[in-house]
Design a binder for this molecule. Structure first.
Ligand code: CO
Length: 134
């Protein structure tokens, strides 16, 4: 059901410094910062030949990554995003197998203007999983 690894997301407390590490130290292609107030994050994408790295910095008071950064002060891997062809069919199959979808269970529009869902980390080997319909 899942397809390509779309991106690995890394939560950081300073996205400008993190983007510089990827562009200058690691020599990768890095996009401009984009603020997503409805998701409580500022994002930058690092474009690699076979996937992307999503850098996430908290934005606003109730950022969903604020607590994660309190536990991981120097940043850390926050989630993995897998591509699916039909996000509603994927959700229904996962729910029927007992997996928990975060939020109200309905897809939202993510950083690439495509429908996304997040799955409970306790159901997926301790890893927060994002599904993106491509
Ligand atoms: Co993501």
């Amino acid at each position: 059901m899942i397809g390509r690894l779309n991106h690995v997301a890394i939560a950081v407390s300073d996205i400008t410094a993190a983007a510089k590490i990827y562009s200058d130290t690691l020599g990768a292609k890095v996009t401009a910062q984009v603020q997503l107030p409805e998701h409580g994050v500022t994002t930058v994408f690092v474009e690699l030949p076979n996937t992307k790295i999503e850098l996430l910095e908290p934005l606003g008071e109730n950022s969903p990554i604020a607590a994660f950064l309190e536990r991981n002060a120097s940043g850390g891997v926050h989630h993995l995003c897998y591509e699916v062809e039909d996000i509603l069919a994927a959700r229904d199959k996962l729910v029927s197998e007992g997996a928990r979808v975060l939020g109200d269970g309905n897809p939202r529009i993510g950083a690439h203007n495509k429908p996304i869902l997040f799955l409970h980390p306790k159901d997926f080997c301790g890893t927060l999983v994002e599904l993106e319909q491509v």
